[in-house]
Ligand binder design. Sequence first.
Ligand code: UTP
Length: 404
Amino acid sequence: MKHKTSEILTMLRQEHIAAHMKKLPEAQQLSMVKQIEDLDFSVLSADETNEERGSFEPLFAKTLSEIQSDSDRYTEIGIKAIKEGKVGAVLLAGGQGSRLGFDHPKGMFNIGVERELYIFECLINNLLDVTRMAGAYIPLFIMTSAENNKETREFFEKHNYFGYSSENVWFFIQEQLPTVDTNGKLMLADNGKILTAPNGNGGWYASMAKTGMLKAVQDAKIEWLNVFAVDNVLQRIADPCFIGAVIDSGKVSGAKVVAKAAPEEKVGVLCLEDGKPSIVEYYEMTDEMLNSREADGTLSYNYGVILNYLFRVDRLNKTLSVKLPLHRAFKKIKYMDESGRMVVPEEPNAYKFETLVLDMVKLQDDCLAYEVDRSREFAPVKNKSGVDSVDTARELLRLNGVEL
Ligand code: UTP
């Protein structure tokens, strides 16, 4: 083992890794040395983000009825932008989906009952609706992780891109960060290396820049990127009416939001923080904020985000020079114990470090909150059962006429 590597590990108080390395054959030692040189260990000393929050104010949304009365005009603007090749879509599919506990990329999950209908397929079907309307393909950038990239790509290949044009699909891999146990100690992965995890969905733009995707975006003169999560099977992607409404508003970003089901619903709410668009988490809200109502009776902080954002590309570059806040997430992550045995935990056991796309909203000058009907556009598959689960998503798909 290189002397320098052992010093680094001692400095980080991770001597157990040095001890583990000493027992490895030379080739494996060398590959671990390389891993240690490449990994960003600054996260180990970063405190949990306890960001000082500014002063909050409600941000009112363009409501369903307001959108309805202007929908033809918005749709026309959106279709025009799509036809002119100004709109791209970014599918965030690098997550580990630990709550679902499915041992493959989440998009490969079969949500069908009598037939096969994969999550990726649902999303592509929704995108194809827009392709047909606009008579043009929307460039689709798919963010994967080091763990799931190969399987994801092969799945798309095997299924012929579910009818989408493969020339309009690009895959890129997000970065990894080290993972620690509850004592702050680095852990080991099944390949004997240090256990790492994808660095959160906030890394998408920086990873696009690093992997050359951004150059493809700029060369194609794409002006807007619609960023969305893999797990919402009712997700409307590159929705012309949404795109048109944001362009028409003159704002530099937009977020699809749903009216909260109840004041205490556990969703992040789009609001203003020191005059800038921002998302306040439910646990950060005071009782007064949770229950405050407008004259018409609606909640003042009423609009929950559903991880479907539209960003103007030229305004995203500044996010590259800003360090997004780092969040620690406590998750179930399989690892190798000291005896070399793989452990698949039943309960959360490790902290991963993540930046979040919602923190990019705060870096925008403004943001159009665009209300959508949750029963038509929001069916997230997060858990095996219960809330936001396979069962609830199936029910919502059926409600929207999708045969399972
Ligand atoms: P979640 O916050 O639900 O995380 O991701 P997750 O890892 O998929 O699932 P759990 O929490 O372990 O059960 C929201 C969206 O962000 C993507 C996910 O793929 C999903 O579309 N994501 C998350 C990434 O692309 N990369 C990440 O590092 C984390």
